[in-house]
Write a protein that binds this ligand. Sequence first.
Ligand code: SF4
Length: 260
Amino acid sequence: MSTRCTGRSPVSHPDAPAAAGAPPGMRRRADGPSRLLDIYRALDERYRDDVWHWMPDVARGPFDVIAGAILVQHTAWDNAERALDALRAAGALDPAELLARPLDEIEQLVRVSGMPRMKAARLRAVAATIAAVGGLDALLALPAAELRERLLATRGIGPETADAIVLYAAGRPAFVIDAYTRRTFGRLGLRPDDEGYDGWQRMFVDGLGEAGSVELYQRFHGHIVLHAKDVCRATPRCAPCPLLARCVDGRARIDEAAAR
Ligand code: SF4
């Protein structure tokens, strides 16, 4: 069973847990914000003390976030972090350095993250975007929509990478949609009619409404990634999942296992 979000309509699900104040034994239909916030709170309960590498109190600075968002493409964060360490140790984790150094030197430094030629070129491209607007501070000070447009016009930066930079490097509201988000919320029975990137993003932005602060977007996305890596994996571990009572797919899997 799936509940679809239609464009700007609120997200809703008839099987959401009973809202506070509902009579005992009776489920009350929860509106979109309450269901998304209910899921957020359950994840926050589980993951609030875990480290998420892009939170402002953990990340080393905005350019680390930008370079990391490129280096993590098509690989695990550990590999991206090792490439960041190599760039930092060589004094190359800086837009001006990335433009000044030979491309093959950058390729060697980022090799550990895979696809070194492509990633070196993408780092060089984002450094050129930064230089074109007068530096990193000037780029991050652009209005959020213009910042996103400039990032999207940069070679190798798509919506997910652009929104990660807008949200975590610039501290502006942009809900990041990734494969973990699609997998987890698809299983939870929440998916938009338009399953393109923009449709998924609109479901979260509209569904969270005024509750959707920058900090909530950052924490929610971080929690989703941690949850999808640890619990809602390709083969999910539903029994210990804090979202089981809210999950269409998880309950079906548990029932199926019990019936075997
Ligand atoms: S109950 Fe299972 S399928 Fe549902 S969110 Fe949790 S781990 Fe994923």
